[in-house]
Design a protein around this ligand. Structure first.
Ligand code: C2O
Ligand code: CU
Ligand code: CU
Length: 571
């Protein structure tokens, strides 16, 4: 029935073409249009115009501790037996600094892993070698940076161009990550393989004696769909082949559209869901472990899929950190929710397991995160019969293969966080409202789509002020596709926040009950999952840098379709 609704509204496709003709060359459409451009003759060319222009050059006065060349380019990796898979990937090269500060993940599209100490100065020479039409920029998700270092879409550079980042790392110890952030193209570029990790350490963390080296394992969860030839499929079409920004093609309207294209449109609105779980860029991942304690730092790097993490053994998850930092004390949970963009830091004690045993990290079933047009909508709309959002699934196996002696102990006290008091917010009695809703076929924030260079007066905050923001995931009665909405992981650039309260509408409490015990809200975060009908209050201080920063839904298809706004920090 919802599909029928689409047929009755032939203009809906155009609704996705946000900004067409308004933002000039910068807005070049999204993956859903590659289907159309694949019939155009130019789309088979792999030529990259080598303009070699520098969009932002180095500052000779900046003396980096670490300098890295980072190039985004098409390449191939072996993923399954048989044909290699075309991907887009970051190739990195250390120019200066400790060799341990740069680690690549062999045979994976993911990476690199950049490791720095708090206080270090980093220069990254980012080169965009993606196919024509693929403007890009690197966003350092979780790092607190000046606006021109943050990778906002307004700084996106064209293929052939270079952008030099120079910054000092002021973050606490924690797992951050980086990924592309061009307007309208983030979903397909991240899906094609562009993402890496940025791990910060500090003396406070070092003093805790947490597992290090081979016992500190980053885990990046993603979902992907491969076709019969081992090629990545995104929204019904192949990735790794050049995608043209074929504006003419994009504006052809709906005539002659294949059912795949229709699926593309719909899962673009709902968010892409893939068939297979990938860990660190590989399907069927198994962690070979010893009888030891491990630190598993898990990032949800999926475009849209939300996980409800739990051990198959029924053992509680011991959480020691979230997005922005360690917690003040460890906390134990039956399960932990992890939405796109979020990170969770797990103390995983395998010391009592016997060699030869296995335990898996699973995602348990949950409901209510996708209430659009009825329960089956997600399944019908995700391309290629991917498991629905909220389906139970195995994520990866841990095989205990070696006996080793463990001496580490879980500390009672972790980090001394500079936690704020809600009553100290300048707007404690009237938090700044951030309303999430559906307008036509587009998800919007406070009723507005993304605008590249502006922030409204109500999106302007004062440097050094403490604020409360209240995110409200609204019902959308009467909206064509949506009565109850979807879960949205809301991410703020440029600041860490505390989550100080959550409430849900009674009529949507049932789904919420299946996820709420998995929210880990005790620490500092930069991304927060907000269920349909939920209100979440955030508390934060805008204390580091003034400027224009983005906040958006981290369901990348929502972000690409305009569920993003700017806020301005004013001196
Ligand atoms: Cu991880 Cu603005 O994104
Ligand atoms: Cu970010
Ligand atoms: Cu969203």
């Amino acid at each position: 029935m919802p599909i029928k609704a689409i047929h009755q509204h032939p203009l809906t496709r155009r609704d996705f073409l946000r900004g067409t003709g308004l933002a000039g060359g910068l807005v070049i459409g999204s993956g859903i249009h590659s289907l159309l451009s694949s019939c155009s003759p130019e789309s088979s060319t792999t030529e990259i115009p080598q303009k070699n222009t520098i969009a932002r050059g180095p500052n000779a006065k900046f003396i980096p501790d670490i300098e890295i060349n980072l190039k985004a380019a098409p390449t191939t990796v072996p993923i399954l037996p048989g044909q290699t898979t075309q991907v887009w990937s970051y190739a990195a090269q250390l120019v200066k600094g400790d060799p341990n500060s740069l680690q690549t993940i062999p045979d994976s599209y993911l990476g690199p892993i950049i490791r720095v100490r708090k206080g270090q100065r980093v220069r990254v020479n980012f080169q965009n070698n993606l196919p024509q039409g693929q403007a890009s920029i690197v966003h350092w998700h979780g790092l607190i940076l000046p606006e021109e270092m943050d990778g906002h879409p307004r700084f996106a550079i064209q293929p052939g161009q270079t952008y030099v980042y120079e910054f000092e790392v002021i973050n606490r110890a924690g797992l951050n990550w980086f990924h592309p952030h061009p307007d309208g193209l983030t979903g397909q570029q991240a899906y094609a393989g562009l993402a890496g990790l940025f791990i910060v350490t500090d003396p406070e963390e070092a003093a805790l004696n947490l597992p290090t080296g081979a016992y500190d394992v980053p885990i990046v969860l993603q979902d992907r769909t491969l076709d019969a030839d081992n090629q990545l499929l995104y929204l019904g079409s192949k990735i790794g082949t050049p995608r043209n920004s074929n504006m003419g093609g994009m504006q052809q309207g709906n005539s002659g559209q294949s059912s795949n294209g229709m699926m593309g449109d719909m899962s673009s609105m709902m968010g892409f869901l893939g068939q297979k779980i990938f860990v660190n860029g590989k399907p069927n991942f198994t962690l070979s472990a010893a009888t030891r304690v491990y630190r598993l730092r898990i990032l949800n790097g999926s475009n849209s899929r939300i996980y409800k993490l739990a051990w198959s053994s029924g053992e509680l998850l011991t959480v020691i950190g979230t997005d922005g930092s360690l917690l003040t004390h460890p906390t134990k949970r039956k399960y932990v929710m992890l939405a796109p963009g979020e990170r969770i830091d797990i103390w995983a004690d395998f010391s009592k397991l016997k060699v030869g045993t296995e335990v898996s990290l699973n995602s348990l079933a949950f409901s209510g995160a996708e209430n659009v047009g009825g329960t089956n909508m997600g399944g019908m709309m995700s391309s290629d019969n991917a498991p629905e959002l909220g389906s139970a699934m195995m994520l990866f196996n841990v095989k205990i293969e070696r006996e080793e002696k463990e001496t580490l102990r879980l500390p009672n006290q972790l980090a001394a966080l500079p936690l704020l008091r809600p009553e100290d917010a300048v707007n404690a009695t009237q938090p700044r409202p951030i309303e999430l809703s559906l307008k036509g076929m587009k998800w919007v924030i406070n009723g507005q789509p993304f605008e590249m260079n502006t922030a409204l007066p109500q999106e302007t905050v004062k440097l050094n002020s403490i604020e409360q923001w209240e995110i409200v995931n609204k019902l959308n009665p009467g909206a064509m596709m949506d009565a109850k909405g979807m879960a949205h992981p809301i991410h703020l650039h440029g600041v860490h926040f505390q989550v100080i309260s959550r409430e849900v509408l009674p009529e949507l409490a049932a789904g919420w009950q299946t996820v709420k015990d998995g929210y880990v809200d005790e620490g500092l975060k930069d991304t927060v999952m907000v269920m349909p009908g939920e209100r979440v209050k955030l508390l934060m201080k805008f204390e580091k840098y003034s400027g224009l920063f983005a906040y958006h839904c981290h369901t990348l298809e929502h972000e690409d379709a305009g569920m993003m706004r700017n806020y301005r920090v004013k001196e």
